[in-house]
Design a protein around this ligand. Sequence first.
Ligand code: ADP
Ligand code: MG
Length: 705
Amino acid sequence: MAPFSSLQGIKGVGPKRAAILAEAGIRSIADLYDYFPRRYLDRTRIKKIRSLVDGETVTVVGTVTETRLENGGRGRSRFKAQVGDGSGMLDLTWFRGIHYFSKSIAVGDTVAVHGKVAFFGHRPGMQHPDFDRLDRRGQEGRQEGPGDDELYNTGAIIPIYPTSEVMKQGGLNSAAIRTIVHRAFRDHPPRITEHLGAGMMAAGGLMPIDEAYRQIHFPSSSEELDRARYRMKWSELFFSQLFFALRRTGERHKASARFDHSGRMTASLHERLPFQMTGAQKQAVRELYRDLRSGRQMNRLLQGDVGSGKTLVAQFAMTLAADNGLQSAFMAPTEILAFQHALTMKQSLEPLGLKVALLTGKKAKKARQELLASIGSGEIDIVVGTHAIIEEEVQFHKLGLVVIDEQHRFGVMQRKALQDKADNPHVLLMTATPIPRTLTMGAYGDLDVTVIAEMPPGRTPIKTRLCREEEKETLYKVLRVEIAQGRQAYIVYPLVEESEKIDLKAATESFQQLKSEVFPDLRLGLIHGQLSPVEKESAMEAFRRGELDILVGTTVIEVGVDVPNATVMVIEHAERFGISQLHQLRGRVGRGEHRSSCFLVYSKLAGDAEERLRALESTTDGFRLSEIDLQLRGAGNMLGREQSGAISGLRIADILTDGEIMRSARAAAFELVRTDETLDHPDHARLRDYYWNNFRNRVTLADIG
Ligand code: ADP
Ligand code: MG
């Protein structure tokens, strides 16, 4: 391959276009080869509108003849477009992403649409078809790219390249890019050396790399294209998993304290449990114990839906540490949560003989000094706290275990700082944001994962209802009924202060109104981020003790708050929240024996808000919700920038749909490292070079310490 050859050597690429391409990351011919089509149009499956049949899924290519935005009332508008192909007319309708589609589709555009045909009377239509703009009338790209004739007279499968707005404005539509790629292949044919070993190729049934490149850009048939794409996805996933495999090997050599003494405290924690542990909890404890006794460092992610009882599992691990004379640090993302954890751990663990202490940012100086001294002397067994625990001043005597609750709320550096408080302490990360299995492999491939997929018995499922702003009277009645029966409720608002730009009711204002006008006879409390920790704690405490009927607040109550008597969760402006946040908030109720409900109050549903709220309404299964979330938002957004490093580098593999390929590639990567830990074997030289040159930097962002 001529990796650094300038693009300007290709006919049709002058300085202007080269600059535009460079902006899209295409700086050399090699980059161009790596610029993969976004989709393909299978010409053999393009149908004429006249011959469409109701219910079939097809591709139609035609010209847009009309577009219009319709206002359907009730906040439901839609965007309609009409496409003609000379044989008939097809109606296209979009209910979601209206803004985007109305901007991207204009009269005169040649488009390919793919979707399910539905007839309305004699008119065929498609709702929310996949759509690709092939050409835009009157633009420069027309001269450069192939016209319709060329489009139809080339191979059966036409690649559709991704194009940015800047590219399109510079005349670089998909067709123009295709021409450029074509000329590059013709004048600078790629010579790419295979970097995977022959054994691996044979075992995986993989197409050679040079052939795969050619098929990706110029498919000869859909079967060959599938094989080429499989090959590319496979190696991409293989190299991203190789990172984890190599890292895991490094960890395997790290010694960590052996917790092999199961003593008095662990035994009595068992005996004193007020309930039966679920099977999933027992299994989780067993897995943790196995790690903790192995003498090798534990690096485990404990996933479990909200309310599945992860804290108890952590308590067992921490008690085992104490039985072995070692301290534990338990870090939680908010003060409210740290406070609450400290409280419950004091109640359940101190009677066993453990010493538990709370460490947050705001402690009086003297008390703080004393506390730090007793942590340093080893008198305290378990330190529960916020990120205040990671401060320099906090020195442990013998820290053996680090637990990070709601780990996704912390940054890489924070998690690492806590682990650096000792030499290779065991690490337990916990998260109530269940993520699909393939995503876990992609993002946390070097962690062992334990999933608690079972809820403690006796919970009645939470009933979720969507509620329009105007229907709130009804909702208030439900609330009153619950409170009359001795239950409690939360009302959550998205923001504290009224913002000038966004029309949101501030929690404080609404609180005043609720208190004086709606529920003058009830006991209301307010909690939000601007309060001091002491004020927050006292409001939370009052609610926990049943001295308040309704707790009005912002999302500070989102994680971990546990008041089993609370049975109603009202989320105002629910459309402003994401799926996982709504799920977390809803998880604050349904924690006791009483039937609970959640109201998602909305005023206007724009974008995919309706889908999000309907998803919440349809299920309480966190894993199911996270899949929907993933579909709506994409993996990178779901994990957050830091944690998505390993998967955001994926160009062709799709973490959502390529689970099978991921498993195969992962197994091969781990097997390779098992036989050649440092990839020093001469047979692996090419592979190692390729990895270092192409993948190593890409994945280091995923370094979660
Ligand atoms: P999460 O996994 O969301 O952190 P918690 O650990 O806070 O959940 O547990 C939620 C609630 O369930 C707590 O009140 C806890 O005491 C209770 N709980 C945990 N395990 C069980 C069990 N096996 N049976 C009954 N209740 C349990
Ligand atoms: Mg929790």
